[in-house]
Design a protein around this ligand. Structure first.
Ligand code: NAD
Ligand code: IPM
Ligand code: MN
Length: 351
């Protein structure tokens, strides 16, 4: 099979981890007899600073026919975040109807959790994050800017279709995994959207009677991600809650540098996008020390999504091997001093 992957390295450590990782993906593809072309798009904040836009007007049309999208990270210290993110990342998720965001949190053998008493294998859950609406709906406005009576409104939008889509994906995942689903809301304070969410969970549960459903408020869930992360299997949450919880999930399982994600278009009508959970990390950008593992695993998720399970497995196994091997290089975020390239080299030896 042959595939075309639209590749958007983006900003900061985005291009560092993507450029380092592409040769590894090409090698894995070759070894599995897959013909993959990564088409690079130099979109991002540098382009914004030079040309006034993160991507060309027809940017999304250009990548619409690709088989999948690989993205590094977006965000630049010299450009406001809402400009860069609303100019590139968020429009891709929305326009390509990537309603389901899958974010696994796995404590790998050989990785130290900041939580006392946890070892590799103890934590393995996946967060299903609603990805195109909720608190991220572009609905609202500001008026009387600069005056005492200035007003800002940011509305959260929960549609039945969107809520059912993310819940169905999460219920299905729970059925395939350990049969346990945790739904996260804030229904005690947000009596419309979140109570609606709870109602849809209850309705949909009828279709998946074998799945055990637990409901948690997001504040308590944040605590439990730290107190008892081993008890989660599939977690489902709205856009904003899912965003916050997946940074907690990443750090309790070792590092932002290990956490992959997939923004999935379930109908197949548009491409899905794969990217690390982390951002452009301006604090370490340019030093060549970003951990590329989150990008490697995002690639593993990408290969699985396009139906190339063998290539996906090879990448997952290479990561597991390197992390478990005490003599293999360890990057600074995991307590060592290995560079991005040294990590890729070690992974390359195992594919
Ligand atoms: P961040 O994820 O970029 O960084 C948080 C911390 O994790 C930093 O200390 C960073 O050094 C560390 N870290 C992140 N990735 C790492 C890696 N691969 N290896 C080692 N350490 C790593 O979050 P932030 O600092 O809040 O955001 C920076 C910029 O990125 C902002 O502009 C933000 O809007 C943007 N952002 C973009 C995305 C995305 O493109 N998907 C995601 C999150 C944040
Ligand atoms: C993420 C990021 C984005 C999000 C930002 C950069 C808009 O934090 O992918 O987790 O909130 O979705
Ligand atoms: Mn985030």
């Amino acid at each position: 099979m042959s595939y075309e992957i639209a590749t958007i390295p983006g900003d900061g450590i985005g291009p560092e981890v993507v450029d380092a990782t592409l040769p590894l993906f090409e090698r894995v593809a070759d070894s599995h007899g897959i013909d993959v072309e990564f088409t690079r798009y130099g979109w991002g904040s540098e382009r914004y600073l030079e040309e006034g836009a993160m991507m060309p007007d027809d940017g999304l049309d250009r990548i619409e026919d690709s088989d999948a999208i690989l993205l590094g990270a977006v965000g630049h210290p010299d450009v406001p975040d809402h400009v860069t993110l609303h100019g590139l990342l968020l429009p891709i998720r929305k326009r390509f109807n990537q309603q389901v965001c899958k974010r696994p949190s796995i404590l790998f053998e050989g990785v130290e959790s900041p939580l006392r008493g946890y070892e590799g294998g103890d934590v393995e859950f996946v967060v299903y994050r609603e990805n195109t609406e909720g608190e991220y709906a572009d609905v609202g406005g500001r008026e009387h800017v600069g005056f005492d009576h200035e007003v800002a409104v940011q509305s959260a939008v929960f549609t039945r279709q969107g809520t059912e889509a993310i819940l169905r994906a999460a219920f299905e995942a729970a059925q395939e995994r350990e049969g346990h689903l945790t739904s996260i809301t804030k229904s005690n304070a947000q009596a419309y959207s979140m109570v609606f969410w709870d109602d849809v969970v209850e309705e949909m549960h009828q279709d998946y009677p074998d799945v055990e459903v637990e409901s948690l408020l997001v504040d308590a869930a944040s605590m439990d991600f730290i107190r008892r992360p081993e008890e989660f299997d599939v977690v489902v949450a709205s856009n904003l809650f899912g965003d916050i919880l997946t940074d907690i999930g990443a750090i309790v399982t070792g590092s932002m540098g290990l956490a992959p994600s997939g923004n999935v278009n379930r109908s197949g009508e548009y491409p899905s996008m794969f990217e690390p959970v982390h951002g452009s990390a301006p604090d370490i950008a340019g030093q060549g020390v970003a951990n590329p593992t989150a990008t490697v695993l995002s690639g593993a998720m990408l290969f699985e999504e396009i139906g190339e399970d063998g290539a996906s497995e090879t990448l997952w196994n290479a990561v597991r091997d390197v992390l478990a091997d005490e003599s293999a290089p360890t990057p600074p975020d995991l307590g060592g001093s290995a560079s991005t390239d040294e990590m890729i080299e070690a992974l390359g030896e195992r594919v």
